[in-house]
Design a protein around this ligand. Structure first.
Ligand code: SAM
Ligand code: SF4
Length: 325
């Protein structure tokens, strides 16, 4: 079965947030005092999240990314992942993490059937790390990445580039891609919490690319359909690749294949859309057909594109830690 939206896009990728809690407070994601925590009863039980995932794969979802908040802080996550990885129609189970708990969990994640991780890392400088994340230690993330690689998990590094904060390290991240199997994806800063003067932080994908091209020769890489919105490149002779994700300067909406479900059970068809469907009423029915109808209806409302740009923030600030990025 395939899920095709009103604009002919095949929807086969679900980002499933399993918690709004996080052990960091990244400046671009949350205010310094955090966001209002949802209560235990607001968050879907693993049984409910599993049922949503199962129904979604029966409708045509092939790839699920587990996200949060920080997914590794939720108790029971390994058992949940093990069950998900056994879904017969699921082709890819991946996870996005800040890496803080990775060194102690990498082995279990691998055993649970996760093949690939995205680890968010914006800097190799301990002081800048603390400035961005407001807590946590850089060494924990670096050790986590190493532990994941050692156990055989493929790791992609996600780096949000902010002018005047970490743009001086773009070439340090590029240097990492000289090693085989290292992939870095540079993400344009998105004004989700509308910090004052946020426009000055935005560094576009084009500017990032120009900086890299001043010192390196690069070639494009065919990223394949399920690789998502990143435009992929490689420095000539490098073993690994790098990508640019440009939600502000270059919409990839025409190729968007994703839907999102937040930890409190709201489904949305676009990161920047206010239209969300509460799946709880459908979950209260024993028959899966109610859930299927809701998911189909939500996909039917997927907009052609969002209206964010390098100068226009969303009109209502929203919580990235709730929706999962
Ligand atoms: N806690 C996990 C982590 O940080 O990887 C998963 C959730 S986090 C919300 C998912 C992704 O969203 C991370 O890669 C993070 O860097 C990215 N993100 C959060 N806020 C962002 C923003 N304002 N602009 C661009 N990316 C952002
Ligand atoms: Fe937590 Fe991830 Fe948001 Fe950072 S980006 S505060 S690690 S949810």
């Amino acid at each position: 079965m395939s899920l095709i939206d009103t604009f002919g896009r095949k929807i086969n990728y679900l980002r499933l947030s399993i918690t709004d809690r996080c052990n960091l407070r990244c400046s671009y994601c949350m205010p310094s005092d955090g966001v209002a925590k949802q209560t235990h009863s607001d968050i879907l039980r693993f049984e409910e999240l599993y049922r949503i995932a199962k129904v979604a794969t029966e409708l045509g979802i092939e790839k699920i990314r587990i996200t949060g908040g920080e997914p590794l802080v939720r108790k029971g996550v390994i058992d949940f992942l093990t069950r998900l990885s056994e879904l017969p129609k699921l082709k890819e189970l991946v996870l996005t993490t800040n890496g803080i708990l990775l060194s102690e969990m990498a082995e279990n994640l691998h055993a649970a059937g996760v093949k690939r991780l995205n680890v968010s890392l914006d800097t190799f400088d301990g002081e800048i790390f603390t400035r961005i994340t407001r807590r946590g230690k850089l060494s924990e993330v670096l050790n986590g990445i190493q532990a994941a690689r050692d156990i055989g998990l493929a790791v992609k590094i996600n780096t949000v580039v902010m002018r005047g904060v970490n743009d001086g390290e773009i070439l340090d991240f590029i240097a990492k891609t000289m090693e085989p199997s290292v992939s870095v994806r540079f993400i344009e800063y998105m004004p989700v919490i509308k910090e004052a003067g946020w426009q000055s932080l935005v560094m576009t994908g084009q500017e990032i690319l120009e900086q890299i091209c001043q010192t390196h020769q690069i070639e494009t890489v065919d990223s394949g359909r399920r690789c998502g919105p990143a435009k992929m490149y490689r420095v000539k002779g490098a073993g690994g690749t790098f990508g640019l994700i440009t939600p502000l300067s270059g919409h990839f909406c025409a190729q968007c294949n994703r839907i999102r479900i937040s930890a409190d059970g709201h489904a949305s068809s676009c990161l920047f859309s206010d239209d969300r469907i509460n799946l709880r009423p459908a979950l209260s029915h024993e028959a899966d057909s109610f859930l299927m109808d809701e998911l189909r209806q939500m996909i039917g409302t997927k907009p052609a594109q969002h209206h964010l740009s390098t100068t226009h923030a969303p009109h209502v600030p929203f919580s990235m830690s709730n929706i999962g990025g």
